[in-house]
Design a protein around this ligand. Sequence first.
Ligand SMILES: Cc1cc2nc3c(=O)[nH]c(=O)nc-3n(C[C@H](O)[C@H](O)[C@H](O)COP(=O)(O)OP(=O)(O)OC[C@H]3O[C@@H](n4cnc5c(N)ncnc54)[C@H](O)[C@@H]3O)c2cc1C
Length: 278
Amino acid sequence: MVGSGPAGLTFARVLHRHGHPVTLLERDPSPDARPPGGTLDLHEGLGQRALDKAGLLAGFHALARPEGQALRILDPDGTVLRDWRPHPDDQAHPEIDRGQLRDLLLGPLGVRWGRGVTGVVPGTRDGVLVRFADGREETFDLVVGADGAWSRVRPAVSPVTPHYTGVTFVETSLDDIDTRHPDLARLIGDGSVGVYGVNRGLVAQRNSGGHVKVYAQFRAPLDRHPDPAGVEAVRSGLLALFAGWAEPVLGLLRHGTAFVHRPSTSCPCATPGRTSPG
Ligand SMILES: Cc1cc2nc3c(=O)[nH]c(=O)nc-3n(C[C@H](O)[C@H](O)[C@H](O)COP(=O)(O)OP(=O)(O)OC[C@H]3O[C@@H](n4cnc5c(N)ncnc54)[C@H](O)[C@@H]3O)c2cc1C
């Protein structure tokens, strides 16, 4: 298995549960090498079904936040268009922190950390050849590519490459929101708030422990990369982009601690009736 994101770990746990040995190859040097990212909602019949197959559904429900399904939608002027709160028993798509999900999935699995894969060659005499960034090579009887959007495994079976959608996210975070920013805590509620204007949006999602991730979303050329400009320059740029929006909403940007640029990419869907070359 190449990649220990949610997909690779879940599949590895399903195989492990059925007694199949799995080797997990992950580029990150350790589980905590980088922040695990924002909250994930897992839907009944989809993500929850996969966790059930891995024998981890009860573990998921013990950690998940059903109240995190709450959703508020506002106009840029601050008018509340929707304020939906789930019933306490609603398990349709509870939220879980990615780090908690990763730790749940890791369980007994052994991961070979710091093993970035550069490519695979199927059909060699000894099986599938895996090439590593450090120059080493190793063969396996089967390789599953779970290494995300920019997969180094996919080129062995498909010519498809991701393309930029034209939409960029800039992510920022707020900590200890209930104590430090009670006004913003009320704006967000127990789950998420989305504020949508023309060609731009601001979404804030509550994670556990009073941590909030904020995503400013807008159309921009791919080369518009605000990170090197520094925190205050990015903040000013975003405040200019969202100028005129309600002041409580702009508070999400005013109090963000650091900004990370995340251009949104997607892979083309399979053409109907056409199978991939692999
Ligand atoms: C803002 C945002 C919000 C989202 N919210 C939700 C949500 O609420 N619910 C939901 O279901 N989905 C959500 N998604 C989508 C979800 O994040 C992805 O579907 C999911 O992360 C994909 O998992 P993955 O394991 O396929 O890939 P990834 O999460 O990308 O993991 C890939 C793994 O492979 C490793 N890797 C990469 N390249 C190599 C290499 N060459 N060699 C070795 N290892 C490598 C990476 O380090 C990583 O650990 C959201 C996405 C975004 C951007």
